[in-house]
Ligand binder design. Structure first.
Ligand SMILES: NCCC[C@H](NC(=O)CCC(=O)O)C(=O)O
Length: 447
């Protein structure tokens, strides 16, 4: 077994972060529609998390934001003239679509791609499939720049493969790593890849939610597993409980998180809990892993509290001493049921013995917690050397990015600002400088 580390690639929040209520089925996004955002604070909150985890020795990197507004999208649907005309006309005739073109949603990099480490894949390369995110207009174009960014960071084809996103059609709805968990003896060991889907396109008898959309299909999860050439004996597909999708659990990472041999989950997370655990255990036996479930009963924390606090949208990080830390948002402390559950969890003598808390309120108000903000990429030492080094978080990159945010970001955006051509110029200037800071010239040059 090669020695490997888990890098967390956090999304750097872009300068147009705003609340547009674009994600039907995501309770926080819907509830905060048209409230005033603070992009500067959002970016600084995300950077503070990256810095704190990097300074504790966790491997931490940053994924750049995407260029907004997406004027190509607006021109493609018939808005024309100068850039300022396009913004003004879209504001007048289609303000929601205008907001889609401005969304800073690529900050939630758990949805950027699904990643399989080289220990799991047939050709021993790290595989990435950018997620098509085709359930939501504002996220459906993200895969283009996500693919470009990943190819720029992981250019060495001896070690890395970046696939194209799956066909953008409902049958292949793919939301990336938010519905994918990897369990293994150690980061560098061959592990089990666990895909959780919300519905099955070609089996009308399979259960499906009634109120909110299921964004991930079984067909998409299977396609990603095939592209990554995973070992079928160590690949598990399970259906999410459709009833909890209807309670606001729009991705599996809102109700479960796994790391090492631990699966931390809510008893209502899966359509069939016993069968899911059984299948996982069988696959894990192939990888010599003894599953340690940390199961939260509905009597301890209800689904509504889990959704409001984002208890499960936490990062579960392996520490050098073999124990794990749970990285949670402030909202967990503010929810009495969750706070008392967490106090008991950390003192229980189980695998999780530490809680680390961050203020991520700007992101949380759009339904994105600590886990949404990061993409996990397990890399061997050799692979870590082969990737682009300019995105690795350290004190000097942190300081440069904080100064960059303070130079370029506004501290408030409200809906009518999205018609302001000056904001578009500010965003472009920010990204131009970011290419230099990260050492990624041409990152945003479209063909
Ligand atoms: N993994 C967390 C994703 C959160 C994201 N929210 C949003 O896109 C909200 C955007 C807005 O409403 O302005 C989503 O639902 O996909």
């Amino acid at each position: 077994m090669k020695s490997a580390r888990e890098f967390n690639f956090d999304g750097l929040v872009g300068p147009s972060h705003n609340y547009a209520g674009l994600s039907f089925g995501n309770v926080a996004s819907f509830n905060n529609v048209r409230s005033v955002s603070n992009p500067r604070q959002a970016a600084l909150q995300g950077l503070a998390k990256m810095r704190a985890l990097a300074s504790r020795g966790f491997a931490q990197a940053v994924l750049p934001p995407q260029a907004r507004p997406d004027l190509r999208l607006l021109r493609r649907i018939g808005f024309s003239g100068t850039d300022a005309d396009v913004l003004a006309r879209a504001w007048r005739d289609a303000p929601v679509i205008l907001a889609c073109a401005w969304s800073a949603s690529p900050m939630w990099t758990a949805n950027a791609a699904t990643v399989s480490p080289s220990a799991d894949t047939f050709d021993r390369r790290v595989h990435f499939t950018p997620a098509n995110l085709n359930n939501k207009l504002h996220r459906s174009q993200e895969h283009v720049q996500a693919g470009r960014s990943l190819r720029a960071l992981f250019a060495d084809q001896q070690h890395f493969v970046v696939h194209d996103a799956l066909p953008a059609t409902p049958a292949f709805g793919d939301e990336g790593a938010a519905n994918h968990t990897r369990l293994a003896l150690a980061h560098g060991a061959a592990g089990v890849e666990f895909f959780v889907y919300g519905r099955v396109e070609f089996d009308p008898s399979a259960p499906a939610p009634k109120k909110y959309p299921a964004r991930q299909t079984l067909e998409a999860s299977q396609a990603v597993a095939r592209l990554h050439a995973l070992d079928p004996a160590r690949t598990v597909f399970a259906q999410q409980n459709p009833d909890i999708i209807d309670q606001g659990v729009f991705h599996n990472d809102v109700i479960a998180v796994g790391n090492g041999n631990v699966l931390f989950y809510h008893e209502q997370a899966f359509a069939d809990e016993a069968a899911t655990l059984d299948t996982l255990r069988r696959a894990l036996a192939v990888a010599d892993v003894d599953l340690k479930p940390v199961r939260v009963a509905a009597g301890q924390v209800g689904v509504a509290d889990a959704v409001a606090s984002y208890l499960f949208n936490s990062q579960l990080l392996s520490k050098p001493d073999g124990r794990m830390a749970l990285v949670v948002p402030h909202e967990c402390r503010e929810n009495p049921a969750v706070a008392s559950y967490l106090a008991q969890l950390a003192a229980s003598g189980g695998p999780i013995d530490e809680l680390v808390e961050f203020d991520l309120r700007q992101s949380m108000r759009n339904g994105g917690g600590p886990a949404c903000l990061r993409l996990r990429v397990v890399l061997t030492d050799e692979e870590a050397q082969a990737m682009h080094q300019g995105v690795i978080m350290n004190e000097s990159l942190y300081a440069r990015l904080v100064a960059w945010v303070e130079r370029h970001y506004r501290d408030r955006i409200e809906p009518r600002d999205l018609a302001d051509p000056q904001l578009a110029l500010e965003c472009a200037a920010a990204l131009e400088e970011l290419e230099r800071i990260l050492g990624l010239p041409g990152l945003y040059q479209l063909d």
